[in-house]
Design a protein around this ligand. Sequence first.
Ligand SMILES: Cc1ncc(COP(=O)(O)O)c(C=O)c1O
Length: 389
Amino acid sequence: MLIISEMHISRLACELADSPTLALNAKAAQLREEGKPVIHLGGGEPLLPAPASAVEAGVARLGSGKIKYTAVSGSKKLKTAIAAYTAANYGREISPAEIVVSSGAKQALYNFLAAALDPGDEVVFPAPYWVSYPEMVKLCGGRPVIVRPKEGFEPSFDALKAAVTGKTRAIILNSPNNPSGAVLSENLVAETARFCEKRGIYLVMDDIYHQLVFAGKRPPSCYKFVKDAAHVVVINGVSKVYGMTGFRIGWSVSDKGLAAAMARIQGQITSCPSDLSQECAAAALNGPQDCVEQLRRSLLENRDTLLAGLAGLKKLKIRPPQGTFYCFADFSAYEPDSAKLCKRLLDNALVVTVPGREFGMEGFLRLSFCGGKQDIAEGAARICRELEN
Ligand SMILES: Cc1ncc(COP(=O)(O)O)c(C=O)c1O
């Protein structure tokens, strides 16, 4: 008889949800291993390889054999490249002390929450939201407060404001948004930025997709709406815009005092991000930028392929994504339970999608269009066959 010892697992760990996307990746990989022709519309990374500049810098650095710890908050070279990137993309001059380089934008967000929250503090963000926000807030002892839009993917400023209490420490906005692909209106960002400044709470702009926008719909730089950026935190990274997810490099730009606190936290957890990856990220930022435009254009074509493929679903409600590589469509007329529908599509059509429930909106599915065009067309065709027959 198998005896399972009773391991102690913390309440915090028990209460945290598994990452739904990672679980779906594992399931898709297993089906593929069994020889099933799975189409993956659940992914979160571009197909394109890392830019040549990043690869060459990595190879040269590996050849030197000198890969060591860097400063906790990042290498001088990468920080200089991030300052230039911030000037070019946000029109803002920053000093190295305002930057903390992390192992992915995910860690940058975690550093912020760990540095800003005391137990019971609240963090406000709109639905649909990136799956990790609620769990990360909980991990840092806080309470997620979700604001649902009346329609579409953007709440009114009044609804956001009404969710703020004496315990609120931060509002997180993510534009363009995972999972909806929506770009938040300039008005909402401006009003929220001014409000946060007045109230002395942080505005966290998760800008990880900020260059991946269509039809010239560039999100505004949040800095232009505040007199003093002391409460603005911008999260960014090379994962999505440069297709460098596996390098695990992200960063935050914030007030120096907050940056120092975030670095103290990171220093005790990971010491510093990988030296090799920082070298590659600096090269990507400093190198030719045509790879970003190439990615943006291929994503736009993919988006249109997906929208055309889903046009046969007469009861589907869909808002064309304005950025990212995700489409968040309302399938509730076919099946109101998104987890059930996701399972049905995987079992019957061998198509991976992600249930809207995970992003705070039931009845929706997130379909990624970061894969190959043929797969996207085939995936959409299979969904149509499954639901229209
Ligand atoms: C909205 C959002 N923020 C942050 C991240 C994390 O990015 P990274 O891979 O750099 O940790 C993701 C990744 O999917 C994301 O979708």
